[in-house]
Design a protein around this ligand. Structure first.
Ligand code: VAH
Length: 315
């Protein structure tokens, strides 16, 4: 049985439905700190628990109640929101995580926790960033991602908990909006392209960041969790990426379908500074070699699918 925390978030809402399709509705327990409207179909399609991962007893109760043997811990506060409330970010991303790892140890669960390109900082080599390199992030979110990677490796080495993770780039999807990150511009641009044929970006021209379409992100989680552990040299966390672009390159891709699309800029200096502290492109060779990572979507196939799905959704 698989427990998904943060199951109503940008990744969790789609992962839960894909896992239910793959492994059967009753084998996937979705959980969230609170019920949010717009997720009725997910909540009704299988077991759902209101769960605050900062309450270790609650986590243990849910895991034992449902005989959970795999925990996918997606509950987190992201980069931009984290900078507004660093203590809340630390509390959810670290105190919540160690509760998950402690229960994983006690109940012998496999544990997946996503890291992020945010785990790198301004003095990390920015182009083709290596799997193993310096990690001195300059956001509290990034601090929790590096600390989380090291904590997950510790629980593997010290207690044998089967912990695994990937460093996600910006994730683009049309089901659930992202929860306050820096790469969110690459999602909002598509909504505005469909609604207004123009978008004002809070990230500046020329700012390259790694990105990935959600279907590839979901496959990454499932394929890593199903990978043969004897082949894993790394565990927390693998560089994974599918593409890297700056806002004007995304606008070019959109204009192949909406020729009159206009991109404007109104730079948000907080999120611009965060974006500039992150890599321009990642080297994901280790993920490809150790568990067969191989993304399917590039910028144009993602744009085609996003615009089709959003045109239907926003009609
Ligand atoms: C954020 N979407 O912007 C998240 C992610 C790599 C970016 O961690 O904070």
């Amino acid at each position: 049985k698989i427990l998904v925390t943060g199951a109503l978030g940008q990744i969790g809402s789609e992962l839960t439905m894909k896992l239910r399709d793959t492994y059967g509705n009753d084998n996937i327990i979705a959980s969230s700190r609170r019920i949010k409207e717009g997720h009725e179909k997910l909540i009704e399609s299988g077991p759902f628990e209101v769960l605050n991962i900062n309450d270790g007893k609650e986590v243990s109760n849910v895991v034992r109640k449902h005989n959970v043997n795999t925990i996918i811990n997606l509950a987190a506060i992201l980069s931009a929101v984290g900078e507004k409330d660093p203590l809340a970010c630390w509390n959810v991303n670290m105190n919540g995580l160690i509760n998950i790892l402690e229960v994983g140890k006690e109940e012998k669960c496999q544990v997946f926790t996503p890291s992020s390109i945010a785990a790198f900082g301004p003095n990390t080599p920015p182009d083709n960033t290596p799997q193993d390199t310096i990690q001195r992030p300059s956001t509290i979110y990034g601090v929790t991602k590096v600390a989380g990677e090291i904590l997950c490796d510790y629980y593997f080495k010290k207690f044998g908990v089967d912990t695994r993770g990937v460093r996600f780039p910006g994730l683009i999807s049309y089901e659930t909006l992202p929860g306050g990150g820096t790469t969110d511009y690459a999602v909002h641009i598509y909504y505005d392209a469909v609604k207004n044929k123009e978008y004002t970006s809070f990230i500046d021209k020329g700012t390259k960041m790694d990105m990935m379409y959600m279907p590839d992100a979901l496959d990454a989680i499932i394929n890593l969790m199903e990978a043969d552990p004897s082949k894993l040299i790394h565990r927390n966390a693998f560089n994974v990426t599918a593409m890297s672009f700056a806002p004007e390159e995304l606008a070019d891709s959109i204009r192949k379908i909406i020729p009159e699309f206009k991109l404007k800029y109104d730079v948000d200096h907080v999120r611009q500074a965060i974006a500039e502290s992150w890599p321009n492109s990642l080297d994901d060779t280790a993920a490809r070699e150790e568990w067969g990572w191989n993304p399917k979507y590039d910028i144009d196939s993602m744009t085609k699918d996003m615009l089709e799905k959003l045109s239907a959704k926003l009609k």
